[in-house]
Design a protein around this ligand. Structure first.
Ligand SMILES: [Zn+2]
Length: 85
């Protein structure tokens, strides 16, 4: 697994088994399968909605509390390809 790779939509660590798929069926190096399938985003989220959605999941999967996760996601999300302006 390549280090420092994150889904460019939800910031989840991007491992081989959760990579999404492009329109032509090839594997996406940018997005996870929960966000991106067959070249389309699964959820029509705004960045704010994505952060709201990710907070409880990240809290459940890490030892950070809700406040730290909120701060972290608000910092990380705007850097991601999907949300970068
Ligand atoms: Zn994702």
């Amino acid at each position: 697994m390549e280090e420092g790779k994150f889904c460019q939509s939800c910031a989840m660590p991007l491992t081989e088994d959760i990579k999404g798929t492009n329109k032509d069926g090839s594997i996406s190096d940018d997005y996870c399968k929960f966000c991106y399938k067959n070249g389309e985003f699964q959820e029509d989220f705004t960045m704010e909605e994505m952060i709201e959605f990710c907070i409880p999941l990240t809290v459940a999967n890490s030892d950070m509390d809700e406040q730290s996760v909120t701060i972290m996601l608000n910092k990380v999300m705007p850097q991601l390809k999907r949300w970068k302006k």
